[in-house]
Design a binder for this molecule. Structure first.
Ligand code: FES
Ligand code: FES
Length: 234
């Protein structure tokens, strides 16, 4: 005849203050089952229908967008999600504008739109339909480098050159902004026009353009030279 007796000294032998291990596990399993049971039907009933994923959604069809870049009109067929940076590089074939981070952190993609500098990776091309855009390819005129381009060469303001198109566009727009009296965060009195383009002003106003080669000191010198009218004939 079999018995359910627990061998003395085994893990399952109860002690006066402690339940047997087997009984403890049985109790724990029962509690877990009771706790989970009420939720199961509720979960089955309230499971929402899966939303359509981006892959299953029909893409927006391309539409014509006209960008006036460097004096030439480009009418491109673009999906609304195409950034201005990709429109310039991949559709208009203007590869001078560089893609560094593609998220507004490096400034390599800086171009000027209606005279104002922007990060072209952070804006959609369709938002600039009909607007006037200047990229690095548009800074020179009839084969003659702009004063800022000449100053960058004279002051050795680049090494690998990857950031340079953005630096040049940013620096060119910087001088216009300063000339228009736009204050920066280091302008001592923002209620009045900044009168002096100090090196601090240049550094602050160029701070959105990162240079991994660290040519900052020479970039500041180049911007200063153009501001002061000290550009040679490179
Ligand atoms: S690529 Fe646009 S900010 Fe870096
Ligand atoms: S010159 Fe190389 S990143 Fe600026």
């Amino acid at each position: 005849m079999s018995t359910n007796r627990v061998p003395p000294g085994s893990d399952d032998e109860p002690t006066p203050n402690q339940p047997s291990r087997r009984r403890f596990l049985q109790s724990a399993a029962a509690v877990a089952a009771v706790g989970a049971a009420p939720h199961l039907p509720a979960q089955a009933q309230t499971q929402p229908a899966a939303p359509a994923s981006a892959e299953t959604r029909a893409p927006e069809p391309p539409r014509p967008v006209t960008l006036n870049v460097n004096g030439r009109a480009y009418t491109l067929q673009l999906e609304p999600r195409v950034t201005l940076l990709d429109a310039l590089r991949e559709y208009a074939g203007l590869m001078g504008t560089k893609k560094g981070c593609d998220r507004g952190q490096c400034g390599a993609c800086t171009v000027m739109v209606d005279g104002r500098r922007i990060n072209s990776c952070l804006t959609l091309a369709v938002m600039h339909d009909g607007e006037t855009i200047t990229t690095v390819e548009g800074l020179a005129s009839n084969g003659v480098l702009s004063p800022m381009q000449r100053a960058f060469i004279e002051h050795d303001a680049f090494q690998c050159g990857y950031c340079t198109p953005g630096q040049l566009c940013s620096a060119t727009a910087l001088l216009s902004e300063f000339g228009n009296g736009t204050a920066s965060t280091v302008t001592a009195d923002v209620r009045s026009r900044p009168t002096q383009l100090s090196d601090d002003e240049i550094r602050e106003r160029m701070s959105g353009n990162i240079c991994r080669c660290g040519a900052y000191a020479n970039i500041v010198a180049a911007v200063r030279a153009v501001h002061d009218g000290n550009t040679g004939n490179a």
